[in-house]
Design a binder for this molecule. Sequence first.
Ligand SMILES: Cc1cc2nc3c(=O)[nH]c(=O)nc-3n(C[C@H](O)[C@H](O)[C@H](O)COP(=O)(O)OP(=O)(O)OC[C@H]3O[C@@H](n4cnc5c(N)ncnc54)[C@H](O)[C@@H]3O)c2cc1C
Length: 367
Amino acid sequence: MGLWAAVHAERRGIRTLIADAGRLGEGASGGLLGALMPHMPDRWSEKKKFQFDALVSLEADIAALEAETGLSAGYARSGRLIPLPKPHLNRIARGHSEDAERHWRAGERRFHWHVLDRPDVDDWVEALAGDSGFVHDTLAGRVAPRSLISVLIAFLQRAKHVRIMEHAVVAGLDPDRGMAEIGGESIAFRHCILAAGHQSFPLLRDLTPGLTQPLGQPVKGQAALLKVDIDPALPTIFLDGLYIVAHEGGHAAIGSTSENRFDDPFSTDAQLDALIEAARGIVPALRSAPVVERWAGLRPKAIDRDPMIGSHPDHPRLIALTGGFKVSFGLAHRLAEAAVCIAGDEHCGFLLPESFAISGHIAVASR
Ligand SMILES: Cc1cc2nc3c(=O)[nH]c(=O)nc-3n(C[C@H](O)[C@H](O)[C@H](O)COP(=O)(O)OP(=O)(O)OC[C@H]3O[C@@H](n4cnc5c(N)ncnc54)[C@H](O)[C@@H]3O)c2cc1C
């Protein structure tokens, strides 16, 4: 989120300091999966429309950065296959197919929610996984998280208006005076965009009197990377919380656990083994594929579940940019642009859904 914000600030010529407590991109964003999954096309809302527009626009935003840096982000609109294990799910999917025809439109572009009897790709998910058919959605995609981060960092390293500080903890944040202690230096700012992932919540809490609950929480996730000779254009498989994502370079990523309670944020355990087994159960190509990496991270889940964006009501120079939870990769470029527009007092050409406003989250956490 913060890297995208710095990219948008650079494009607008805004003098920017990006500070990270560790190395850039080694928080939750430095993982393995990178699925870009649309919300269901039914019960259309401003939130779903925002995510749809973000998923459509990401393609061009990434292409521009790739052209500017000469690096690949491992992006593809490879779609998603959803096995339907029960007959009633097939009926529901047919309704969603009509919803997608109505709502998944961007100018001349159309995206679909096809309902199929069998998977329409070979050597990937077993037909048995979908007793009652399959959905193939053509809007979903994937990006290689670490490749995308490398692209963003490469852009920022060449940027004219951006200074990067790594291993620089932001502390003593005083948004009303516009001062912070960053890596031992006193830094003055006009606006501070707080994109510290799940660590944004305690920082914001300290600046928000009267809360009765935390503004958000970390939710642990575990994922794995397997080495396998597959076509990287294969669609992501999604079944009951299990994701199997085909990536470039002969890799498939499997995820993710969702753990509200955990002892060690960064360890992996039997819960990940179970996901790998489940993936191998429905994808024969993965059965003998070696696991090359196991990884865990902490997702930022805001109290109201939606992203948390915007000026803090008591400290207008402080702009929150967090709470992407499970869908950050498809939204971050747009949310970050909105945050930079707020800082520059500029209209972005798109509206943020009301439920993303930090004021709403604060209201819920104050009840
Ligand atoms: C296993 C797993 C699988 C996932 N799969 C997907 C997926 O398929 N698709 C998807 O869209 N999302 C996915 N997510 C969610 C996604 O990874 C996160 O929502 C996203 O990375 C959050 O980005 P962020 O920039 O808000 O936070 P982060 O990437 O965590 O970045 C926050 C940064 O702030 C820095 N920081 C924190 N505190 C301070 C401080 N005081 N001073 C300075 N710096 C500080 C940290 O060092 C870090 O670099 C997954 C998450 C996990 C764990």
